[in-house]
Design a protein around this ligand. Sequence first.
Ligand code: SF4
Length: 281
Amino acid sequence: MGTQVRPPSESLEAASPYELRLNQSAGASESFVRASLETGDVGFLHSFTTGSTVDGPGVRVVAWTAGCPWRCLYCHNPDTWSMINGKAVPLERAVAELRKYRRGLKVMSGGFTLSGGEPLLQDRFAARLLAAARAMGIHTALDTSGFLGDRLSDAELGEIDLVILDIKTWGEERHRRLTGKDIGPTLDFARRLSTLNRPLWVRLVLVPGLTDDPEIASNIATFSAGLGVVQRVDVLPFHQMGRYKWARLGLNYALQDTKPPSPELVEKICDIFRAEGLKTV
Ligand code: SF4
């Protein structure tokens, strides 16, 4: 492992993942990044946030990883696409950060959620950090697209108390248009979690004109209900808090003028999931 990137001395904490964070590891050499990915000794993190009540049960500490192979048209955090935008954080430093919150999280029936970006792009770091958190008695959750789910062994999945699976839309073509990638690996990962009887939450970001066709919700609902392990479905209203990031990064943002869904639309889509016997909030 090289010494090109010094361990961060300042706090990892951000007020929110909507803080724009760029080039935090700009000096890292290719060999350092490769070795970090192979061993999981170092992770590239956008930030840590505390006090989340939407990323798993109770109150959560969330680590947001940098790096994502998808390019969702509605992405709220395009600064997490590049791993180099994340801060290089030694595994022990991340574990020490979590240790600080251990007691409080227990009191608040909360836990730790690893989100991103796509956490499984850094699968060794993800597996080791989640296992370390669980060993401290902290409830663990992984928020993922599932695209790289086969990078985790069954034993590693056993260290994760909850998988929060983002199903972005339904249908091969639609999925490729929205994310740039195939939906197949996400659905395969969901089926595998079902076979392993691992608890699952499903998430759908509701974007007017993009993911609000009732047929999309209906197909995701039927699929989710059939898994037998889905404890809850979160229908998340699209928002524009990440719009400024697209502009600052010089990216073409197709949803520039898209409005958040109305409460009535959110309710209508939630009803589709409820009709399949699934819990929504
Ligand atoms: S998977 Fe998440 S981080 Fe990656 S592009 Fe899509 S919304 Fe953004």
